[in-house]
Design a protein around this ligand. Structure first.
Ligand SMILES: NC(=O)c1ccc[n+]([C@@H]2O[C@H](COP(=O)([O-])OP(=O)(O)OC[C@H]3O[C@@H](n4cnc5c(N)ncnc54)[C@H](OP(=O)(O)O)[C@@H]3O)[C@@H](O)[C@H]2O)c1
Length: 346
């Protein structure tokens, strides 16, 4: 019989879905997942697995308060990209006279605050380490003001941990912040930048990765669907108040390409390019998307994807504390991935 309740935000998505799959394996937890649309196929599939699916909207705190009430553990994630890409959001950004990057920042920031305000109302029911928030580093702060428009980082970091620490010290004492590495699956979003196929005059084929990150800068790589759940489960067994980086491997993009070429038996290399070159390789149609992404790749050099802040705990640290925390390595993921679309691109 379940004796504890975990609330999972974003349960129909990558991170929340992974958390649900891990906690399903522990019968001591009753799982309650939030969605805006309980009748969606994704929500229905989760309900069929025995998960309590409830309707709630992060834009409306009044829908969150009753759903969070009495929880032992809450997993939080917010999504920058839906308000960034939504056609109605673009129209609203235009009406407000702000960029869609800034608009999505405002939406994600408010959603994060709504979550924090609502969780704070049930702080007493939470376990000692009862609030685990998915977040990223604060680019503006960590770069000393050099990166002022890495909006999808700062909209998370402004709340988790900053706002929670400032407003809700009792909740901050029960919170863990989990930064997530580059999703290994993200190559599907910008294939043109990850793998540019070149055919030489003699017909020989090779692949080039072109980002603004320095070739030797280490970056964290995460198999989001496979590993976020296990990582969050392991974090829930740790003492509260700590910050983490969830990733299976930390290595440079040059090393990534060396490994990828070796696994696929093709010549492959990495080349650092300028901001303008990378923006145009990502998308000519959506420059705003290009700039948001390219800022992240540049920030990954200096100060670094994690902001080069106070040390973040990793899966290795969790294992050293005696807690199981299996993670997928970049090599293990690459060997399982079907690369035919990339290799056979025109
Ligand atoms: N791509 C990368 O490499 C990378 C790396 C690190 C971090 N990230 C961050 O990861 C985040 C996205 O996480 P993900 O991939 O797990 O998300 P996802 O798969 O796109 O799913 C988004 C989830 O959020 C829920 N949601 C969105 N708006 C909501 C609202 N207003 N009210 C209630 N629920 C809402 C959705 O639920 P319903 O649709 O069912 O309501 C869905 O479950 C982004 O913010 C991104 O910046 C990405």
């Amino acid at each position: 019989m379940p004796s504890k309740t975990i609330i999972i935000i974003g349960i129909t998505g990558n991170q929340g879905g992974s958390v649900a799959q891990r906690f399903l394996q522990d019968p001591s937890y009753h799982i309650r997942g939030l969605t805006r649309n309980p009748s969606s196929p994704a929500a229905q599939r989760l309900a069929a697995e025995g998960i309590e699916i409830v309707s709630a909207n992060l834009d409306d705190i009044n829908t969150l308060i009753p759903v969070f009430k009495g929880a032992n553990l809450i997993f939080s994630v917010t999504d920058y990209w839906e308000p960034f890409f939504g056609p109605d959001c673009r129209a609203r950004a235009g009406q407000l006279g702000i960029s869609c990057r800034r608009y999505a920042y405002n939406v994600e920031l408010q959603q994060g605050r709504n979550i924090a305000d609502a969780v704070a109302q049930t702080v007493d029911s939470l376990d000692e380490n009862g609030f685990i928030a998915s977040t990223l580093s604060h680019a503006k702060v960590r770069s000393g003001g050099r990166f002022t428009e890495l909006y999808h980082f700062d909209s998370k970091a402004e709340v988790f941990p900053r706002y929670v620490r400032e407003r809700y010290p009792a909740l901050a004492r029960k919170m863990s912040c989990v930064q997530t590495g580059y999703f290994m699956s993200s190559y599907k979003i910008i294939p043109g930048a990850y793998f540019q196929k070149k055919t030489a005059a003699d017909g020989k084929v090779s692949f080039e990765m072109c980002f603004t990150t320095a070739p030797d800068a280490p970056v964290p790589h995460l198999d989001v669907n496979a590993d976020v759940g296990g990582f969050v489960y392991a974090v829930s067994k740790m003492p509260p108040g700590k910050s983490y980086m969830a990733c299976g491997t930390t290595c440079s993009w040059a090393e990534y390409m060396r490994l990828w070429g070796q696994i696929n038996s093709v010549p492959a290399c990495y080349r650092q390019v300028t901001l303008d070159e990378m923006v145009s390789s990502i998308s000519t149609a959506d420059t705003e998307f290009g700039r948001e992404i390219v800022d992240m790749f540049s920030y990954s050099t200096d100060p670094g994807y994690d902001g080069n802040g106070p040390d973040l705990l990793t899966a290795q640290d969790i294992r050293e504390a005696g807690i199981d925390c299996p993670m997928t390595s970049l090599e293990g993921w690459m060997r399982k991935e079907d690369w035919s679309c990339v290799l056979q691109q025109g």
